[in-house]
Ligand binder design. Structure first.
Ligand SMILES: *Cc1c(COP(=O)(O)O)cnc(C)c1O
Length: 402
């Protein structure tokens, strides 16, 4: 490694966030390349046997095997850690690899995990299906009410887990208050920050112990590559995360890490422009639909928390068509520009019918309890010209009778 200013925290910590998104974590090889190098290599060679022995013992710096570390992946991990204010980042193959690893690396049978019930479908599956199978007790609660968290904490609670804003209901949790509850019970708070992205919210600055992302969403943001990342402190990494990470093989591929590095360069610009569009779209459809949820609205029911935790209202707008599934399908099928898809945070706008797709694995009762009704549309606002975007949505609403 030749150039190391990007990894000198005494330098990078002074940079503004946009500068960090471009340059933090960057190292350079002997070729002095400007753009981050893509190291597609599984292994590494050693000048002598002592060097190999030293690296395996952790006494000498350097990589040993790309299931553990890789120079391109390390650049992405370091850039994300600097952005979050974390000691360590561990990049994973997908967002769900990050969520599951962040939990599984630290729990054992007999422990308890407490989570907000408003979760991405696969996160709910971890709580409802996977963890109980291994003897880990789980409870899901309405996370918007702090009393629920207080009342549900048990002596064996090891983790509090929440998304904020939640997918797709856009519920917000009070991250600072949750961190206090967790710490007063010697538990850790994990926040899935995929919806806000690093551009809008830093959960660690409010006391979260572990922050996870689906990098597939805003971080790639161009619908190309899967990825995830776990951010944490050094002690947690050493004791729990790194052993799990290296021995179970959840690491991100170097190629995807390279894509994520390129994407981070424009993250703040993209998310800013997507928020501009989301605000315009949310206001444009509000006169036609009673139930439009957008955290950027002045009358959003958790506005005070949004203002305290998020820079802006975000890129996601959720609305409910009053006549249910048939009306939602009529709307989706009438869209001419916006895609029907289930990704989010993409540069292209996407409309999702969560009832029949992303959240279908939940029972009907669980969906209804979360407020995921047959008429609900999750709308990920992209970078199209807002005139085209709004025109398309309004004409599709008209076809659906709104
Ligand atoms: C998409 C998503 C995930 C899962 O990420 P993948 O990259 O698809 O595995 C987890 N949490 C939230 C909130 C998400 O939106």
């Amino acid at each position: 490694m030749k150039y190391h200013k990007g990894t000198d925290r005494s330098i990078t910590n002074k940079w503004e966030r946009r500068t960090q998104m471009l340059r933090a974590g960057t190292t350079r090889s002997d070729f002095d390349e400007m753009s981050e190098a893509l190291f597609m290599t599984s292994g590494y060679s050693y000048d002598c046997a002592e060097e190999a022995e030293g690296r395996f013992a952790g006494e000498r710096q350097g990589h040993t095997y790309s299931r553990q570390t890789n120079p391109t992946v390390s650049m992405f991990e370091e850039r994300m850690a600097i952005l979050e204010g974390a000691d360590i980042g561990r990049a994973t193959a997908t967002g769900m690899a990050a969520m599951s690893a962040s939990i599984l690396c630290q729990v054992k049978a007999g422990d308890h995990v407490l989570a907000a019930r408003a979760l991405f479908g696969s996160n709910r599956w971890l709580m409802d299906e996977l963890l109980p199978r291994y003897g880990v007790e789980t409870t899901v609660i309405d996370g918007t009410n702090l009393d629920n968290w207080q009342n549900a904490v048990q002596p064996n609670t090891k983790i509090l887990f929440a998304e904020s804003p939640a997918n797709p209901t856009l519920e917000i949790v009070d991250i600072r208050a949750l961190a206090e509850i967790a710490h007063s019970h010697e538990a850790r708070l994990i926040v899935d920050n995929a919806f806000a992205s690093p551009a809008l919210q830093q959960p660690m600055s409010f006391g979260a112990d572990i922050v996870c992302y689906s990098a597939t969403k805003h971080i790639d943001g161009q619908g190309r590559a899967m990825g995830g990342i776990i951010l944490c402190d050094k002690d947690f990494d050493e004791e729990y995360l790194y052993p799990y990470f290296r021995h179970t093989g959840v690491i991100m591929s170097p190629f995807n890490a390279w894509i994520m590095l390129k994407s981070l360069e424009t993250l703040e610009l993209r998310v800013g422009a997507m928020c501009d569009n989301a605000e315009l779209l949310a206001h444009a459809i509000k006169p036609r639909i009673d139930d439009v949820r957008y955290p950027g609205f002045e009358d959003f029911k958790q506005k005070a928390l949004v203002k305290a935790q998020m820079k802006r209202g975000g890129t996601m707008v959720t609305f409910v068509l009053p006549k249910g599934r048939d009306q939602a399908f009529a709307f989706l099928n009438a869209l001419q520009l916006v895609d029907i898809s289930n990704n989010l945070g993409d540069s292209r706008s996407i409309a999702t019918h969560c009832w029949s797709t992303t959240h279908k694995a939940l029972s009907e009762d669980a969906r209804l309890e979360l407020g995921i009704t047959p008429g609900l549309i999750r709308f990920s606002v992209g970078l199209e010209d807002p005139k085209d975007l709004i025109a398309d949505v309004l004409q599709a609403l008209a076809v659906a009778g709104l």
